[in-house]
Design a protein around this ligand. Structure first.
Ligand code: K7E
Ligand code: CUA
Length: 666
């Protein structure tokens, strides 16, 4: 009987499967079911938090497609381990193989996603990265000077003119002697906001200018859009300028600020020569897709604007209490600031803000920057929204959705009259949320994804640490409906989603071998060779199904540094080859079709070392291997390499050399 039932289900898989899951969660799981062999509707690009990477999921299925290495080394791909990609992780502090990645920003044109690049922040050693959406690989990493924690970053303007990088921690500036007592915070610690321009064609990042700011902590940011284009809004906390026990001392004041920066004005001041050149040191790392190699350049100056020289460039809007997210609605009129400790959510009006500036409706100054009267700029407050508001996203119908960390829920409210319309529990403690197109001028709506900090009882337990997770909701109707729980990698913070159709057709499938200008490329097996330069041995190697050339290498001596420059000769989609050798102190390398990557390996002892392809590429993948012989220092074994020929020919002396008989010569 059971057998018969099971086979009925098998035959009509599509109707059986959703029904089963349906009953489990109350009737909506079918909406997240993407049948085997069919595609998801949206790509969800999700920050990885403390894994330093970004991850790509399908929506509505929640399926994980790819983890893109950005700020952290990835042994899976060799990113940060191969000689070509090591420079991507270079900084003024040297090689930094990890970071804490919180926010991403998709490039925009005319306020909408254009599907070209993802920008990502490194929170710890202040950095920005650009990921190319045709390859899902990191193309560029830029270090940020005068910063000590790049949290309010990389929010983007509506035509990708700039992304910003505002420091979480204020500190003494880079060109000053920072050896000061910590409790001189108030005199010596300064904040800084970097405006990083984006080259409209190449996407290349460049620090256009910085603004020196009072020594507050910057938390988050959003660019204005539409009518507020030209402005940036930053949430600031610790306006108390406390340097110890911030949980108490930075929560003393009733109101902190949203800092509004007129970047068009800043551009004018820059042009007028108001910026001062400052000596700094920061790394700019760029990956070249023709040489398949990254280069790191250390840059030494930055242009800094001081608000004291730049009237009307920035204003402060009082905001209750330790604001976290500051989000701008699709029209650009409303700025929502979420005070983590506040009982309501203030919503500011850009029109009123402009009028308050004209009317000089000020409430004094903070470090020389005019503070606008709270009431003069307030559209209204969302009353009793929940506890611990953090982040807000928007749909296409004039509604806002705010995560409530403490009360573990998402609250839907209407922007026009600030009325709370619905609330839905999340499991548990959501940080960020995302709605497809939510931060653009034209949200797609339909789905909402919450990224939760705590999962407690939602999943099978896995030791002391439980999985992080996301939850998918249907927001197409009046009521929010839970569709799906799915586990995530790292600790997701911000994320964005865009239609799959924007990216699917433009994916790069291969690198053309004829365009490969890597200095150690082998464009065919005939070009493979092994050469010695002092104690370095360079191996020009090729990989094609199902052999490596050369696959027999002799004449390497203990202490030699061997560089395997492996070119993947394939020109078909999705045929990477991997390369690994016993005892390597780094990782494998995974080489895409037409690409060359280099693994450095040091011969530390005498013996025979197998090497092999790590990616199951064909039926004869297990045969895709070879041997490297290491001889003692001073040995006269000549450098030889071969494939299939069994050369060098075995001499009489060699053939007599069995392991037992050679032991006395050792
Ligand atoms: Cu709220 Cu670092 Cu964007 Cu996380 S931050 S949650
Ligand atoms: Cu190539 Cu396995």
């Amino acid at each position: 009987m059971v057998l018969i039932l099971a086979s009925v289900c098998l035959i009509s898989m599509q109707s059986c499967k959703p029904k089963t899951t349906k009953t489990a969660v109350g009737g909506d799981a079918a909406k997240s079911f993407v049948a085997p062999g069919t595609y998801d509707e949206f790509y969800n690009i999700v920050s990885g938090g403390f894994n330093g990477q970004i991850a790509v999921y399908g929506i509505p299925s929640g399926r994980l497609f790819r983890i893109v290495p950005v700020f952290s080394q990835s042994p899976e791909s060799g990113y940060g381990f191969s000689e070509e990609t090591k420079p991507m992780l270079n900084t003024s502090h040297g090689f930094v193989p990890w970071d804490d990645q919180h926010h991403i920003a998709l490039s925009q044109t005319k306020g909408e996603h254009d599907g070209r690049w993802v920008f990502a922040n490194g929170n710890n050693t202040p950095r920005l990265a650009r990921i190319d959406l045709t390859t899902f690989r990191t193309s560029e990493v830029l270090e940020i000077p005068n910063s000590a924690g790049n949290h309010a970053s990389p929010f983007i303007t509506e035509n990708s003119e700039y992304i910003v990088a505002a420091t979480r921690f204020s500190v003494p500036l880079d060109d000053q002697n920072g050896d000061v007592p910590i409790n001189t915070y108030k005199q010596n610690f300064k904040g800084s906001i970097s405006f990083v321009s984006i080259n409209p064609t190449s996407g290349e990042m460049n620090i256009a200018f910085q603004i020196r700011t009072p020594g507050v902590n910057f938390d988050l940011s959003r660019a204005g859009k539409g009518k507020s284009h030209g402005w940036f809004f930053f949430s600031c906390y610790n306006t108390e300028k406390a340097n110890t026990l911030l949980e108490v001392n930075a929560s003393a004041k009733d109101k902190d600020f949203v800092m509004a920066v007129n970047w068009k004005k800043a551009e004018e001041y820059l042009k007028a020569g108001k910026a001062k050149k400052q000596a700094v040191k920061y790394a700019h790392n760029l990956y070249d897709e023709n040489t398949h190699t990254a280069a790191s350049t250390i840059k030494t100056e930055v242009f800094v604007l001081d608000p004291a020289d730049c009237p009307d460039m920035m204003y402060l809007i009082p905001c209750p209490k330790s604001p976290h997210g500051t989000d701008v609605d699709p029209t650009g009129e409303y700025i929502v600031a979420s005070g983590k400790l506040a009982a309501s959510i203030p919503v500011f009006s850009f029109t009123k803000f402009q009028k308050a500036i004209t009317d000089k409706a000020f409430d004094g100054e903070y470090d020389g920057i005019p503070v606008i009267k709270y009431e003069a700029v307030l559209h209204g407050e969302v009353a009793k929204p929940g506890l611990g508001p953090l982040h807000t996203e928007f749909d296409e119908k004039g509604n806002a959705y705010t995560t409530m960390f403490v009360s573990s829920e998402i609250v839907k409210w209407r922007i026009s009259d600030l009325e709370v319309l619905d609330r839905v529990p999340t499991y548990y403690s959501p940080g960020h949320l995302s709605i497809p197109g939510g931060p653009t001028a034209k949200p797609h709506g339909k789905y909402m994804i919450a990224y939760n900090k705590i999962t407690k009882d939602r999943y099978l337990p896995t030791g002391p640490e439980l999985t992080q997770s996301a939850q998918l909701f249907d927001i197409s109707g009046e009521k929010i409906k839970l569709l799906l729980d799915f586990p995530t990698t790292g600790e997701p913070h911000y994320a964005e989603a865009l239609p799959a159709s924007m990216l699917m057709s433009k994916q790069r499938k291969i690198y053309k071998i004829e365009e490969n200008t890597h200095p150690y490329v082998s464009k065919g097996e005939g070009q493979t060779k092994v050469e010695r330069k002092g104690n370095q041995v360079h191996v020009w190697m090729t990989a094609i199904r199902s052999h490596l050339t050369p696959d027999n290498i002799e004449g390497v001596k203990v202490g030699d540094e061997v560089y395997f420059h492996v070119t993947n000769l394939e020109q078909d989609w999705d045929v990477p080859h991997g390369f690994a050798i016993k005892g390597a102190n780094n990782a494998e390398i995974l080489i895409m079709p037409g690409e060359t990557q280099t693994l450095k390996w040091v011969a530390d002892r005498v013996g025979i070392f197998p090497f092999y392809c790590t990616d199951f590429c064909s039926a004869l993948h297990q045969e895709m291997s070879g041997y490297l012989r290491v001889s003692p220092v001073g040995s006269n074994v000549a450098l030889h390499f071969s494939t299939g020929t069994n050369k060098p020919s075995v001499t009489d002396a060699d053939s007599a050399k069995t392991i037992g008989s050679t032991s006395k010569t050792k």
